[in-house]
Ligand binder design. Structure first.
Ligand code: PCA
Length: 324
């Protein structure tokens, strides 16, 4: 009898669940960069779009600036299902596979058009590699072109010798080495502290990150080298995505496509706007000297050859598609 009652009760529960609107779901989303960062603002808009399009069925709760999960752990946290979704700097994964670093090769793609072309050429392979880790790519957005920040003028490559340079991935580490500088990995939220304590003395990053971290508090020159446009990527755990209803999946993919387009616009607008902010706050904004340009170009050529060697057939296919 008790058994029968349980059966009836569970049948009723199934029925009522079927009839009621689907249960709302909360997705925790760790991101590495601070709130002022345009990528973070874009993600918050993405979350709002998903919320609206699903009538609140899927809520994405953003934890920015590595506050919930530190940047180096975000990819594996999504992979392992600790969190269903996350953002990270794509070329951070270069130590897993050189393919992931293609957007951080100096002077391969130095404009938004070229960066878009490189993303189109590399996206299928990158999606395939991430799918092997049960990660589904939602979208990627480039940072503005990367420039050199220093304390004091640096008119020739000589000026970078022995300088402690902040790094954010293995390509930048290699570039620093080739320039005779000494690289140290520092995450964006830790920049002010690292400069204040003398852990680093120079950096290569975008006008966005320079302005957002108030580079004028510790540096006074910005050289607009336009060396590469690296990307942030937003991925979702494939199992978490598959568990969503078809309608919600579509809402997520639509919002992701919108976020990729909007993020690109934001990034382009930031380039000039944030360079102006640097200048307004007392940073000398200049073009790199010929000597510096030459040193960068030489290091870039070395890195391109090293990359081609290590990235093998996959790398060649990407470059062929890019150069077509
Ligand atoms: N800002 C991030 C990545 C590239 C950029 O422009 C950083 O400095 O870590």
């Amino acid at each position: 009898m008790a058994h029968l009652r349980t059966l009836v009760a569970s049948a009723a529960l199934t029925l009522s669940l079927g009839a009621a609107p689907a249960m709302a779901e909360d997705w925790t989303m760790p991101t590495p960069y601070p709130d002022a960062t345009f990528h973070t603002q874009n993600i918050r808009q993405f979350a709002e779009d998903v919320d609206k399009a699903t009538n609140g069925e899927l809520k994405i709760i953003v934890h920015s600036a590595g506050s919930l999960i530190k940047h180096p752990e975000i990819k594996n946290a999504v992979r392992g299902g600790t969190v269903p979704i996350g953002e990270f700097f794509l070329s951070r994964l270069a130590n897993e596979d050189p393919i992931f670093a293609v957007d951080s090769l100096p002077f391969l793609a130095t404009s938004y058009d070229e960066a878009a072309k490189l993303w189109a050429a590399s996206r299928p392979k990158i999606e395939e590699k991430l799918a092997e880790q049960h990660l589904k790519v939602l979208y990627a957005v480039p940072w503005p072109p990367q420039g050199l920040y220093t304390k004091g003028a640096v008119d020739s490559a000589e000026g970078l010798k022995g300088v402690k340079m902040r790094s954010y991935n293995s390509s930048l580490e290699r570039l620093a080495q080739l320039l005779g500088a000494v690289p140290t990995q520092v995450e964006v939220p830790d920049l002010p502290q690292a400069f204040a304590t003398g852990v680093v003395q120079a950096m290569i990053t975008s006008p966005s990150t320079g302005a957002n971290s108030k580079a004028w508090d510790f540096l006074d020159h910005y050289y607009d080298t336009r060396a590469w446009l690296p990307k942030n990527i937003v991925v979702v755990n494939a199992r978490a995505f598959d568990a969503l209803s078809t309608d919600v999946q579509k809402a997520v993919m639509d919002a992701a496509a919108a976020a990729e387009a909007r993020g690109l616009e934001m990034s382009m607008a930031e380039t000039d706007a944030q360079t102006k902010v640097l200048a307004e706050n007392g940073i000398t904004v200049a073009a790199p000297s010929d000597d510096l340009k030459e040193a960068f170009a030489k290091a870039g050529a070395t890195m391109a050859a090293e990359w081609a060697e290590s990235a093998g057939e996959d790398g060649k296919a990407i470059l062929d598609a890019f150069n077509k």
